[in-house]
Design a protein around this ligand. Structure first.
Ligand code: HEC
Ligand code: HEC
Ligand code: HEC
Ligand code: HEC
Ligand code: HEC
Length: 148
């Protein structure tokens, strides 16, 4: 093949890839904050599998988004990962970049947030307790979520 032909072939391929890329981009736009179906947490105490669908579908436990994504109130569209606000810092400082999406820095000055891991344990377990879910004994409860 002459280098002229090679060049033409390369240009042709580039044009095709450009069209394919543009069509795909238009057809499947990146969805911001799509709700993940399942989330696997890899923790020091073993893996925890959280199933959104089981918790939210009518055939499952039919919870509303707000039962967990509590802040801000009444706004399912802004549901975001707990860890974006609750961070594992000793001083329990909130995540400023996240808060600043909606607040002025003065709004949350001096506010202390539950640490990430505690926030999970508190929210998950409080509800399970009310729902009378899983075993009662503390040691067995751990294994209900954590797979060692
Ligand atoms: C039983 C509690 C619970 C319910 C109900 C729930 N979620 Fe979640 N959701 C979670 C947890 C836990 C995470 C993971 C948070 C993390 O890793 O910090 C999460 C993560 C998310 C994320 C973040 C994805 C990311 O990585 O940024 C979105 C978006 C989301 N949920 C949307 C929804 C929507 C919409 C509903 C209602 C249809 C809903 N969730 C119902 C607990 C729940
Ligand atoms: C957009 C920021 C934001 C996100 C995302 C968020 N939280 Fe919170 N959370 C807060 C704020 C602010 C407070 C303290 C004020 C309040 O209670 O509303 C709080 C308080 C809490 C508390 C303590 C409540 C109490 O009664 O003492 C728990 C537990 C908690 N969050 C768990 C979670 C869990 C689990 C998730 C994810 C499913 C989550 N949070 C997502 C901002 C957030
Ligand atoms: C998506 C927008 C949004 C984000 C992100 C957000 N907030 Fe808020 N926040 C609100 C709205 C709206 C209100 C008033 C209504 C309500 O309480 O839901 C509010 C109220 C509050 C209040 C006073 C009432 C209460 O619930 O105690 C505090 C404190 C607060 N936010 C702290 C925070 C902190 C800290 C963060 C970051 C970790 C944060 N917020 C992130 C929208 C947001
Ligand atoms: C607002 C209530 C509520 C919250 C919050 C909640 N759950 Fe659940 N969860 C339930 C109910 C109800 C069941 C069903 C209990 C039963 O069948 O006895 C359940 C069942 C489960 C199960 C059993 C297996 C399955 O998927 O069906 C696991 C594991 C689980 N939850 C993990 C979690 C984790 C991890 C969190 C926190 C990130 C969480 N849940 C938060 C209500 C909740
Ligand atoms: C309702 C489900 C649930 C139960 C019950 C539960 N955990 Fe967890 N645990 C979680 C989730 C979800 C995380 C992930 C939190 C995170 O990413 O910070 C976690 C994280 C942890 C971590 C890891 C922190 C890290 O930095 O990796 C430890 C340690 C832990 N749990 C211990 C326990 C012990 C001990 C018990 C029993 C007393 C228990 N958990 C019961 C859901 C649960």
């Amino acid at each position: 093949m002459s280098s002229n032909k090679e060049l033409r072939l390369a240009l042709y391929m580039a044009a095709v890839l450009f069209v394919v890329g543009t069509v795909c981009y238009a057809a499947f736009p990146a969805k911001k904050h799509e709700q993940p179906v399942r989330i696997m947490f890899k923790t020091l105490a073993g893996k925890v599998l959280f199933d959104h669908k089981a918790h939210t579908s009518e055939k499952g436990y039919a919870l509303s988004c707000q039962d967990c994504h509590h802040h801000p109130e009444g706004d399912d569209a802004s549901a975001s990962a707990c860890g974006e606000c609750h961070i594992n810092s000793e001083d329990k400082a909130p995540a400023p970049e996240k808060c600043l999406e909606c607040h002025d820095s003065g709004d949350f000055e001096g506010v202390a947030l539950t640490k990430k891991t505690d926030a999970f344990h508190q929210q998950c377990d409080n509800c399970h307790e009310k729902a009378d879910a899983g075993p009662r004994e503390k040691e067995k409860r751990c294994n209900w979520c954590h797979n060692m």
